[in-house]
Design a protein around this ligand. Structure first.
Ligand SMILES: NC(=O)c1ccc[n+]([C@@H]2O[C@H](COP(=O)([O-])OP(=O)(O)OC[C@H]3O[C@@H](n4cnc5c(N)ncnc54)[C@H](O)[C@@H]3O)[C@@H](O)[C@H]2O)c1
Length: 392
């Protein structure tokens, strides 16, 4: 089949590889351009995936050519500006990485720019395309656990990082009701950052949804014994209903009801792509269907907006010491505001970034190439080169 769509990847780092896999798995798409300010990074992508065009910036690319699909794969703080630039240039579709943005002002500016330009905007909560979560959504929708009452998830590495997948996943499993109010608690004892964004050391989020159900998210809490559930892989979510409960990660789904006589496994498979591979391929395919008049993408910006609003409202609740009713009025990043207002004064001085090892500038590129050729993934290579311990 001849490719009908030209795709570009903006940000040739770890998650850029997952997007490349997603495009290359779709015959109707040709990966035509890559963008990265780091020359070695864009050259490596061009070589690895045979991409004909490479640019140092989004502006440079848009001045020279206009792809049909653009993946925004840079760090969080750049998501809004890069997405808006693509929309203003008339790019028909953008897949922007999560978290969608770090404030509701940015989120709404992204949606507004895309609406005005007719750009389809998808936020890459690609775990919605994994069979464990899909099965769980189906089981809940079929009424197997009765009326949904609570959703629970547990994560690490910051609310904006893994927390966004958890909230998005819970909303996906629970049928996507709107949220009514949110209460959050935050601790920041250290000057912790994640991909350039100041984040909390720990937090929790409680949100009530329009149907009366609640979601509860623990993030980096001290007594946490890893993720929920029995598996060591993936992000496990637990949903309880009036007649039973289920647990699901990307890799499994199991149900416990009066009829199941203990846990019943509805789905289990280790051969799942939680990132990249089939998940990103299906994410691209559904976007093409949406572009061609099909149904709204399951990861549309409209859906990701709810997730971002819940996260921002939880931080705002911690700032105000009260329940925050939605829609959220605060337009800025509430954690940043708390820091500026002196409400979160770290007891340990010294800023550090838990993803700081991903900075590409100044690394030994020859060694990088050797490790890449040996089959290692980008995060692991960068952690090795920085001498930090890497955990997936
Ligand atoms: N959906 C997921 O499961 C998932 C997994 C990992 C990362 N992510 C998200 O992807 C984003 C990128 O994370 P990463 O781990 O790939 O980071 P990374 O550091 O590995 O890659 C980012 C790349 O962006 C480049 N870049 C910087 N400024 C740029 C600009 N102005 N224009 C174009 N490129 C620019 C950097 O040089 C770097 O090569 C983050 O927002 C992160 O949250 C999502």
């Amino acid at each position: 089949m001849t490719a009908r769509y030209r795709a570009a990847i903006v940000g040739c780092g770890d998650i850029g590889h997952a997007h490349a896999q997603g495009y290359l798995a779709n015959e109707e798409v040709e990966l035509s351009a890559v963008v990265d300010p780091v020359e070695a990074a864009r050259r490596q992508f061009s070589d690895e995936y045979g991409v004909p065009e490479a640019y140092a910036s989004m502006d440079e690319m848009l001045a020279a050519s206009r792809p049909d699909l653009i993946s925004v794969c840079a760090w969080h703080g750049l998501h809004a500006a890069l997405t808006i630039a693509a929309a203003r240039a008339g790019v028909p579709a953008v897949i922007c990485e999560k978290p969608m943005a770090t404030s509701m002002a940015e989120v709404d500016a992204m949606i507004d720019a895309c609406d005005r330009a007719g750009t389809r905007l998808v936020i890459s909560h690609q775990r919605r395309f994994t069979p464990g979560w899909e099965k769980a959504r189906e089981v809940v929708a079929a009424g197997a656990i009765g009326d949904v009452q609570t959703g629970h998830g547990r994560g690490v590495h910051g609310l904006l990082n893994v927390g966004t997948h958890i909230i998005d996943g819970l909303l996906f499993l629970m049928g996507e009701p709107d949220a009514r109010w949110v209460m959050g608690a935050v601790e920041r004892e250290t000057e912790r950052f994640e991909r350039d964004t100041p984040i909390e050391d720990r937090c929790m989020v409680l949100a009530e949804l329009a149907d009366g159900a609640q979601i509860f998210v623990e993030s980096d809490l001290p007594a946490q014994r890893g993720m929920l559930g029995p598996g060591s892989q993936g992000i496990t979510l637990r949903v309880t209903g009036t007649d039973g409960m289920l647990e699901a990660s990307e890799y499994f789904c199991r149900t416990f009801t009066a009829d199941t006589q203990g846990w019943r496994t509805d789905f289990a498979n280790d051969d799942v792509d939680a990132i990249g591979g089939r998940a990103n391929a299906r994410q691209v395919r559904e976007l093409i269907r949406w572009l061609e008049g099909g149904p709204e993408h399951r990861c549309s910006a409209r859906r990701a907006r709810w997730t971002t609003e819940i996260m921002m409202a939880a931080l705002e609740s911690a700032r105000r010491h009260r329940v925050v009713h939605l829609p959220l009025e605060e337009r800025s990043y509430p954690l940043g505001a708390m820091i500026d207002e002196g409400l979160l004064v770290p007891s340990a001085a010294g800023a550090y970034d838990i993803r700081g090892y991903l900075r590409r500038e100044g690394i030994d590129e020859a060694r990088y190439a050797e490790l890449r050729a040996s089959g290692l993934g980008h995060h692991e290579i960068m952690a090795r080169l920085a001498g930090v311990q890497w955990r997936s």
